[in-house]
Design a protein around this ligand. Structure first.
Ligand code: NAD
Length: 500
């Protein structure tokens, strides 16, 4: 049996993970331990330490020591790049293992998990180039008596708090960019999906990252996460999660050390479809945009805003597509929609489906829990006759639930697309390039797609406008977020004395 097929059975016993400090796992010892059940199988798959505040302090101290003695920041960009490239190589070799644990803890389809790890390889490869090319500015225009430069320096110790929907991908959209410029870090994954963050720390040690540069603590957001956002010795925090917790992060930063913040929060993202679009392509894209990762995506295209002349026909086309999507066991190679990741999220999604019915929207398809004898699954769901004031049209559901809102004019489509507190992502589907470009300028979203959705790459920045967040991850923009700029003014020649 090859590695891939041997991994596709459920583990016989849950895999035990300690947290990770100073280049090594710390055994759970007498700490409380959290047992994670696979949401697709209801079977215990991992056992994760519940770290204490002392554990967090230890991890931050390790990152601080590694930063101050310059064991990482003091290397050349070329040496840092070599570690990032070696990490990419090991990620390629260990893709099956990472995808397996990601699928078991998260419930996403194994084929998708593998593709995500490949995406992460690209992040490390791209950021390795940035480690070598990151530079500041020179000012040769200060007169003959002076010269100045602006340099980019690492910020220091960076905390990273991640959610459960893309535990590995979201991590890898940050880690190589954080490390490229010489920062050190402490990551805290969601308590339900910690395994692959710990595996990345282990892999980076294997790739030659100096001990103490990348540390991981595991545990609950309300205790350990809260202690992180209040921590006086964390210089910057990258938080990805709900807008509600994002608000708490901003308050805690203000009450503690004014740590620099990167925030990636919720979304209620529009898919604007015009009658002149290739409707077959658009139907497939809209179905993908709401069903990928069972809609548990911050950038899910959950609001279909469609030209009225084709609205009913198009809603039916999307619904037909979604009914053909394969929902099932995440470990099955053919599965397209896996399990809902947490019990709480399952209840939230079903709550919104019931609310949609109560509010008078028409259920076109789906709307039910699917019973496979194990795990928790929800059929992809389409609601028509939705009005913009309904909760299902306004609030982030974070599940495979699409709301259909018709429009009559281009102006109305733009107004509807912007009629949300969020500004994370948007798509437009039309064959009229003038219209697509004009709309791309007017829709407030950090990511914009034309005739596609959920597309990107390590070169492109990720982030939100309005209440979807602050700052950008990935690309040149991402690496710059994790630096601070210093101006250096150099006087040349003899000083013109102030006191004569
Ligand atoms: P969440 O906000 O509940 O949790 C996210 C992380 O924050 C977890 O690690 C959690 O343990 C931690 N946390 C919780 N309370 C905390 C506190 N008081 N202090 C510090 N940390 C705390 O979000 P979730 O339920 O894990 O994920 C779903 C949400 O994340 C959705 O709203 C989604 O839109 C958002 N999200 C955004 C992006 C993005 O890039 N914009 C990506 C993925 C998810």
């Amino acid at each position: 049996m090859d590695m891939a097929s041997s991994l596709l059975a459920l583990p016989e016993t849950p895999r035990q993970f300690g947290h990770y400090v100073d280049g090594a796992y710390v055994p759970s010892g007498d700490r409380d331990v959290f047992t994670r059940n696979s949401p697709g199988h209801d079977t215990a798959v991992t056992r994760i330490s519940k770290c204490t505040k002392d554990d967090l302090n230890g991890a931050v101290a390790s990152a601080r020591a590694a930063f101050e003695d310059r064991r990482w920041a003091g290397l050349s960009g070329a040496d840092r790049a070599a570690v990032l490239l070696k990490t990419a190589e090991i990620l390629r070799e260990r893709t099956e293992e990472i995808a397996y644990w990601e699928t078991l803890e998260n419930g996403k389809p194994i084929a998708q998990a593998r593709a995500e790890v490949q995406g992460c390889v690209g992040m490390f490869e791209y950021a390795s180039g940035l480690a070598r090319s990151l530079h500041g500015d020179s000012f040769n225009n200060m007169g003959d008596g002076a010269f100045a430069v602006a340099t980019r320096e690492p910020v220091g110790v960076v905390g990273v708090i991640t959610p459960w929907n893309f535990p590995f991908l979201i991590l890898c959209e940050r880690v190589p960019y954080i490390l490229a410029s010489g920062n050190t870090m402490v990551a805290k994954p969601s308590e339900v999906t910690s395994a692959t963050t710990l595996l990345l720390a282990e892999i980076m040690t294997q790739a030659g990252l100096p001990d103490g540069v990348f540390n991981v603590v595991t545990g609950a957001g309300s205790t350990l996460g809260q202690a992180m956002i209040e921590h006086m010795d964390i210089d910057m925090l990258s938080f990805t999660g709900s807008t509600g917790v994002g608000r708490a992060v901003v308050e805690a930063a203000g009450k503690s050390n004014f740590k620099k913040l990167g925030l990636e929060l919720g979304g209620k993202n529009p898919q604007v479809v015009f009658a002149d679009a290739d409707l077959e392509d658009a139907a497939d894209g809209v179905a993908f945009g709401i069903a990928f990762n069972t809609g548990q995506c911050c950038v899910s295209g959950s609001r279909l805003i469609v030209e009225r002349s084709v609205a009913d026909k198009f809603a039916q086309m999307v619904s037909d597509k979604l009914q053909k999507a394969v929902v099932g066991d995440p470990l099955d190679e053919n599965t397209q929609l896996g399990a809902i990741t947490t019990d709480a999220q399952n209840r939230t999604i079903m709550g919104y489906i019931n609310k949609g019915k109560e509010e008078g929207a028409t259920l076109v398809s789906g709307g039910e829990q699917l019973d496979f004898g194990h795990g928790q699954y929800i059929a992809p769901t389409v609601f028509s006759n939705v009005t913009p004031d309904m909760a299902i049209a306004r609030e982030e559901i974070f599940g495979p639930v699409l709301t259909v809102l018709p429009f009559d004019t281009v102006e109305e489509a733009i107004t509807m697309a912007n009629d949300t507190e969020y500004g994370l992502a948007a798509s437009v589907w039309t064959k009229n390039i003038d219209k697509a470009l004009m709309i791309s300028r007017r829709v407030q979203a950090g990511r914009f797609w034309v005739n596609t959705t959920l597309a990107g790459g390590p070169e492109l920045p990720i982030g939100g406008m309005k209440q979807s967040g602050w700052g950008r991850e990935a690309g040149v923009y991402g690496v710059e977020e994790y630096t601070q700029v210093k101006s250096v003014f150099i006087e040349m020649g003899k000083r013109d004395h102030w006191i004569k």
